[in-house]
Design a protein around this ligand. Structure first.
Ligand code: UDP
Length: 446
């Protein structure tokens, strides 16, 4: 009788937010295809709804630690403060259940509570970053600065605009945490995240053709193996796992001209002022280009949604554009009618846009997104930033610049070149393909 080699189990610990859960589940899929068994340990918040999408995966829930209604930083601090003991119990039980067969705990970089548990239980742990490698570099550089002094120095404009040594195009002001409320708490989280503790490797959802210098920098700096195995979504089949998507917009896209539509989304967390939304609405309508606009419930501060715009504006928006609460984003970006993406530049959105060769208008809200926007504009040259106040004239001009003008066409050409490079990186023999193989071999070692 043929003896089956026992599968080795990987425990995945995602941060329960869409932009983190999706790539973690994609990593799970990739490892499962390589023969590992997968257990997903999740806190009771934004639970990945069922195992029906992930046959064979085991899901284990930690007790509720009441994260509802918290700001992003408080959310992460509380998650880390309250989860360690229950996570240790949970891993203890899993070890019993699976006869000690746990090859590794792979946890989101923001779940730093996992490091201590892995150490106590003498298990291997590997960090998974769902953000860009360059963002990690900027956090490392920032954490080495004396932050109190740095924050004071940053009041000086010259210092703000100074380039960080060897890290073109990052300026010192790009290292600042922003958009998270009190800066001290954001600094605290960054310190925790760059402290790799007992981790024996770090995985990034990126590819060397996008961030080779940042990856080399990190390889030297972190002194543990850095694996760049992305973009994971190219090979994954992971469906929408937390929220339902409005597929009706695809039928609407089918009726639009090729490369004519502006797609607008600010991700799953960012919020806009009602005044900015009104200016966006005017600018988009005045551009005379069709647009598909994601207006997430709760994404407009102090307002229920687009319906609260003045009647004439709301009528105009519904005439010229198509509004959804949630779009099937990857499908939208793949669609021939989409000519550009107005984005907050979250890392997943950035990767998804590049993989479809769609150039971007960058309107970042927070530190990480600002770093991505700098790269989109200054390194890959497939997008440009809209800075300062959102104002209808600027919005109209930006849309025309990207969709109609020659400049936009050049950005699209560069985006298409990058798209091919990214697709090649996950194919047999490509850099991400090889790094995934190396990671698998590492996880298989005793
Ligand atoms: N997303 C989506 N439909 C939407 C809005 C967002 O599918 O209408 C997905 C998007 O494809 C991406 C994720 O949500 O995978 C957002 O992650 P990102 O890192 O871009 O931003 P975050 O939401 O974390 O700020």
């Amino acid at each position: 009788m043929e003896m089956r080699e026992a599968k080795r189990r990987i425990v995945l610990v995602p941060v329960p937010l869409q932009g983190h859960v999706t790539p973690m589940m994609q990593l799970g899929e990739a490892l499962s295809l390589k023969g590992f068994s997968i257990t997903v340990v999740q806190v009771q918040f934004n639970l990945v709804s069922s195992s029906q999408h992930f046959p064979g995966f085991q899901f284990v829930n930690l007790p509720n630690c009441e994260l509802e209604g918290l700001g992003q930083i408080e959310f992460l601090l509380k998650l880390n403060k309250t989860s360690e003991a229950s996570f240790k119990d949970c891993i203890g039980q899993l070890l019993l259940q699976h006869g000690n067969d746990i090859a590794c705990i792979i946890h989101d970089e923001f779940n730093y509570f996992c490091g201590a548990v892995a150490k106590d239980l003498k298990l291997r742990n590997v960090i998974f970053s769902t953000q860009s490698a360059t963002n990690h570099v900027s956090r490392c550089v920032f954490s080495k600065l004396e932050s109190d002094k740095f924050l004071i120095d940053m009041k000086d404009q010259e210092m703000q605009d100074k380039m960080v040594e060897n890290l073109y195009p990052l300026r010192y002001k790009d290292l600042l945490p922003s958009g998270f409320g009190p800066v001290e708490q954001a600094v605290k989280i960054r310190r925790e995240v760059v402290n790799r503790r007992t981790a024996s490797a770090v995985i990034f959802n990126t590819a060397s053709c996008l961030e080779s210098s940042s990856l080399s920098w990190l390889q030297k700096e972190l002194e543990i193996r850095v694996y760049a195995i992305g973009p994971l979504h190219i090979t994954a089949s992971t469906p929408s796992i937390l929220l339902e998507e409005d597929k009706g917009c695809i039928e609407w896209l089918n009726k639009q001209k090729p490369r004519s539509v502006m797609y607008i989304s600010i991700g799953t967390l960012a919020q806009m002022e009602a005044e900015e939304v009104l200016e966006m609405a005017w600018g988009l309508c005045n551009s005379n280009q069709p647009f598909l606009w994601v207006i997430r419930p709760g994404s407009i501060l102090g307002s229920e949604g687009i319906e609260s715009l003045p009647n004439e504006v709301s009528r105009m928006v519904f005439e010229k554009g198509y509004i959804v609460k949630r779009a099937p984003q990857v499908e939208v970006l793949k669609h021939y009618a989409v000519g550009g993406f107005w984005s907050h530049c979250g890392w997943n959105s950035t990767l998804e846009s590049i993989v479809e060769g769609v150039p971007m208008i960058c309107r970042p809200f927070q530190g990480e997104q600002k770093v991505n926007a700098k790269y989109l504009e200054g390194v890959w040259k497939i997008g440009f930033q809209v800075e300062g106040e959102v104002e209808r004239g600027k919005v109209e001009e930006a849309v025309k610049r990207l969709i109609v003008d020659e400049e936009g066409a050049c950005m699209r050409e560069r985006a298409l070149v990058l798209k091919e490079k990214l697709k090649a990186s996950v194919r047999n023999g490509g850099s991400s393909y090889n790094d995934l193989d190396d990671l698998v071999n590492y996880l298989k070692t005793k």
